[in-house]
Design a protein around this ligand. Structure first.
Ligand code: ADQ
Length: 459
C-alpha cells in the first residue's frame, strides 16, 4: 500500500506539540503506515517563501511546510477563502466581497501548491485534500498528469444550488469539485446539494451506485460525519474535574470561534428572553461564552465582535446585580484540558450556529459529561451534528423564544431523562469517533486502481 499524503491549509506542528486536536490524532495511524506526508502552510513565517516544500521528519510522519508571500496569502486566505467562499458556503451571500485579485490569488496558490506536491509524489500515494481553501487542487494536479487517487473532504457546509450560484463563476467552482475521485461531506444535506449542483451546473448524471458521471468520468460522493477523539477528550474531562471545583451556579456554556455563522447574537438574545420571561432563574444561573477571535481584519468579523460585546453588556446591565453577572464573556482560546472541565461542569451546552458543517463543540460537550449526572445539549437544527445527535434538544437558532423555552426545559429536565438522552448520544459518539471517520473515508478512497497510464513525475 502506498503512502497517505494529507494536504491542508495549515500543517500540524513539526514536533507534535499541538497534536491533541482531533484531526492529527486521527490521521497519525494512517500516516504512520509507510511514511506518510502532511503538507500545509507554515504556522508562521519562518523563511523567505520559495516554490519548494521544506520537509521536517517527525517520528510518525513527515511534515512539509509551504510559505507564501504575505500579500498573496492575504488575498488568498482573507480574500477569496474567507470573503467569498466562507460567506457563500454559510448562506451569507450578502457578505460576499468580490475582488478580482482574490480569485487570482486563490488560483495562484492552488496552482503553485500542486506543482510543489507533484514533485514529491510516488505512483501509489493516495492524496487526501482538506477543505474549501484547496478545492482546485485535484484539477491542478491532474493538469500536471498526476494519476494518483485524490480525495477531498469539505469541512464546512455546501449550500443549496441557488446560494452556490451567487459565487462568481460558480460553474468553475463546481468543476473543481468534479476533478476528485472522491468528494466527502459532513452530512447527507450537503451531499444532496452537491448532486443538485453537479446535475444543474455540469450536466452531471447520477448513477445507480451513487456516483456522478461528468464529462466521461465518474466522481464518487459520500457523507462522512467528522467526529472527535472521544476517549481522549473524556479523559481530559475526568482527570481535570478531579482537581477542580464545580461551578457555583448551574452554568450554560457556549464555546465558538467568533464567527457570524455561529449564531452568537441570536444565542444571547435567547438567553436574554429567558431571563426576562423567567425571573426566578435570575441570580440562579449563569452563561459562560468563550469566543476567541479569528480573521480579525475582515470587516464582518470586527462587526460581530462589537455586536456581541454590546449584547453581553446590555444583558449584564439589565439583569446583573452586585453579586451576580448573568453573562461571562471570554475573548480568548483555552487549552483542550480546560475546555473539557468547563464542559463537564456546565449543566447546559449551547450550540446554536446558523449554519455549520458539523460543529465539534457539540460532540466535545457530550464526551465530557459525567454519565451519572450529565448536562443537556441544546443544538441548532442547522448544525451538521443535528443529523446524528437527535437526542439533543434541537432548536431553531433564529428564534429567540425557542431558545428561551429550550433553556428552561434543559434546566428543569429530570435526572432520569438527562441520563437517557446522554447515554444515547454518547453511545453513538463512541462508535462513530474520529478514527471511524478517517477509516471510512480512506476505505472509500482505496483500493487505488492500477494506473492505466504510465506515471510521469511533474517538473
Ligand atoms: P470550526 O468552524 O472551527 O470548524 P467547530 O467544529 O466547532 O468549528 O470546531 C472548533 C474547535 O475549536 C473545537 O474543537 C473547539 O473546542 C475549539 N475551540 C473553539 N473555541 C475555543 C476556545 N476558546 N479555546 C480553545 N478551543 C476552542 C470547521 C467547520 C465545522 C466542522 C469543523 C471540523 O466550520 O463545521 O465541524 O471544521 O470539520
Amino acid at each position: 500500500m502506498g503512502r497517505l499524503v494529507i494536504v491542508s491549509n495549515r500543517a500540524p506542528s513539526i514536533d507534535g506539540s499541538t497534536d491533541s486536536g482531533g484531526l492529527v490524532v486521527a490521521l497519525k495511524d494512517a500516516l504512520g503506515k509507510g511514511g506518510g506526508l502532511w503538507i500545509g502552510g507554515a504556522p508562521e513565517q519562518q523563511e523567505a517563501p520559495s516554490d519548494s516544500i521544506v520537509w521536517h521528519d517527525r517520528r510518525d510522519f513527515s511534515v512539509g511546510l509551504v510559505e507564501w508571500e504575505p500579500e498573496l496569502y492575504r488575498d488568498f486566505y482573507l480574500g477569496y477563502c474567507n470573503s467569498v467562499l466562507w460567506p457563500a458556503f454559510h448562506g451569507r451571500v450578502d457578505l460576499i466581497d468580490v475582488q478580482g485579485r482574490y480569485a487570482e490569488a486563490y488560483a495562484t496558490v492552488n496552482k503553485r501548491l500542486a506543482r510543489m506536491i507533484a514533485q514529491n509524489l510516488r505512483e501509489d500515494d493516495q492524496i487526501w485534500v482538506h477543505d474549501y481553501q484547496l478545492i482546485p487542487l485535484a484539477q491542478e494536479l491532474k493538469a500536471l498528469r498526476v494519476r494518483n487517487r485524490i480525495g477531498f473532504f469539505l469541512h464546512v457546509p455546501l449550500p443549496d444550488l441557488h446560494t452556490f450560484m451567487a459565487i462568481p463563476d460558480w460553474q468553475n467552482v463546481a468543476r473543481w469539485f468534479s476533478a476528485y475521485d472522491l468528494v466527502g461531506f459532513q452530512t447527507s444535506r450537503d451531499l444532496r446539494h452537491m448532486i443538485n449542483i453537479f446535475q444543474h451546473g455540469l450536466r452531471g448524471e447520477l448513477r445507480a451506485n451513487g456516483n456522478i458521471g461528468i464529462d466521461g468520468r465518474e466522481v464518487a460522493l459520500g457523507a462522512f460525519p467528522i467526529s472527535i477523539d472521544v476517549e481522549g477528550f473524556r479523559e481530559f474531562a475526568v482527570k481535570g474535574a478531579a482537581g477542580t471545583a464545580p461551578a457555583p451556579l448551574p452554568r450554560l456554556i457556549g464555546v465558538d470561534r467568533l464567527d457570524y455563522s455561529k449564531g452568537l447574537p441570536q444565542r444571547l438574545a435567547g438567553y436574554g428572553e429567558f431571563l426576562e420571561k423567567y425571573p426566578g432563574y435570575r441570580s440562579n444561573v449563569s452563561l459562560l461564552q468563550i469566543a476567541p477571535p479569528t480573521r480579525n481584519s475582515v470587516n464582518a468579523y470586527k462587526a460581530i465582535r462589537a455586536e456581541l460585546e454590546h449584547l453581553a453588556g446590555r444583558i449584564n446591565g439589565r439583569f446583573g446585580t452586585v453579586e451576580w453577572t448573568p453573562v461571562q464573556y471570554l475573548h480568548r482560546a483555552l487549552t483542550r484540558e480546560e475546555l473539557a472541565v468547563l464542559f463537564r461542569y456546565s449543566r447546559v451546552g449551547l450550540v446554536t450556529p446558523l449554519f455549520d458543517g458539523m460543529n465539534l463543540v457539540a460532540k466535545e460537550y457530550v464526551a465530557a459529561q459525567d454519565e451519572d449526572d450529565p448536562g443537556v445539549l441544546i443544538l441548532s437544527q442547522f448544525a451538521g451534528a443535528a443529523e446524528e445527535m437527535s437526542e439533543a434538544l434541537i432548536v431553531n437558532p433564529h428564534d429567540a423564544s425557542d431558545i428561551a423555552e429550550t433553556i428552561k426545559t434543559a434546566l428543569d429536565m429530570p435526572l432520569s431523562e438527562r441520563i437517557e438522552r446522554h447515554d444515547a448520544l454518547y453511545r453513538k459518539l463512541k462508535k462513530h469517533d474520529v478514527t471511524y471517520w478517517t477509516s471510512s473515508f480512506l476505505k472509500r478512497l482505496s483500493p487505488s486502481p492500477v494506473s492505466v497510464l504510465p506515471y510521469h513525475r511533474a517538473i
